[in-house]
Design a protein around this ligand. Structure first.
Ligand code: PGA
Length: 250
């Protein structure tokens, strides 16, 4: 079922106390909403977040997983570890992972397959760089990012997938894709999935937008018919802003 989603990616920010304070603010102020609210704190705080959000309708999401099930991978975190602390969804393919940790499509597909084998849900991020948009190859880039990864999945796996279109040039830059630019890619992706899979899969899939979403632009972006919500970075670190963004998707 297609859902409205607002997910906060806190990246490598906040101490334990700051994380707890932010969660308390959200608990007190998110209220009843049809929007699926998610937060993604850093690994050391996932268990605390899960415990604090027991009985609250806010899901805790991991920012990353390793592509191996277990073993001698110093510094890494496995899907089973996440499940053992009550985390059942992970981001995969965030542009910062692609750019700074050289995660390519091949590795991302391994991560996707392992997450699915482990019965985790996935928020899969993709999006073009500025040079791609300037050379008008953004549709081709997006298509190839999807072809090399999620388009290889079987029909059944799509139930566990949310797509997040995040144009790299709009992440953390203050520059947002216009609502029309977001809609154009979301529609393109939904149509492509319809063509390759089915009307039902395309229609049930949530496709969220990420890249400098803030209270002042959220309503316009979320009102577009193929934009089902947002993956929020900077603005999710401020509880007032994040709550306003959640409300913008109601
Ligand atoms: P931003 O980050 O909202 O700070 O641009 C979005 C993201 O990286 O998911």
């Amino acid at each position: 079922m297609r859902k409205k989603i607002v997910a906060g990616n806190w990246k490598m920010n906040n101490s334990l106390n700051e994380t707890i304070n932010l969660i308390n603010d959200l608990k007190q102020n998110v209220g009843r909403t049809d929007v699926k609210v998610m937060i993604s704190p850093s690994f050391p705080f996932l268990k605390t977040a899960v415990d604090q959000l027991k009985d609250v309708n806010i899901e805790v999401v991991a920012q990353n997983i390793n592509d191996n099930k277990s073993g001698a991978y110093t510094g890494e975190v496995s899907t089973d570890m996440l499940k053992s602390v009550g985390v059942y969804t992970t981001l995969i393919g965030h542009s910062e992972r692609r750019a700074y940790y050289h995660e390519n499509d091949e590795l991302l597909l391994k991560k996707i397959n392992l997450a699915l084998e482990s019965n985790l849900n996935i928020i899969f991020c993709f999006g073009e760089e500025l040079k791609d948009r300037k050379s008008n190859s953004h549709f081709d880039i997006v298509k190839s990012q999807l072809d090399n990864t999620v388009m290889k999945l079987d029909a059944k796996s799509w139930q566990k997938i949310v797509l997040a279109y995040e144009p790299v040039w709009a992440i953390g830059t203050g520059e947002t894709a216009s609502a029309d630019q977001a809609q154009e890619i979301h529609e393109f992706v939904r149509n492509y999935i319809l063509e390759k899979f089915s009307h039902k899969i395309a229609n049930d899939l949530s496709i969220i937008y990420g890249g400098s979403v803030k209270p002042s632009n959220a309503v316009e972006i979320f009102n577009k018919k193929d934009v089902d919500g947002g993956l929020i970075g900077g603005a999710a670190l401020n509880s007032n802003d994040f709550i306003q963004i959640i409300k913008a998707n109601n």
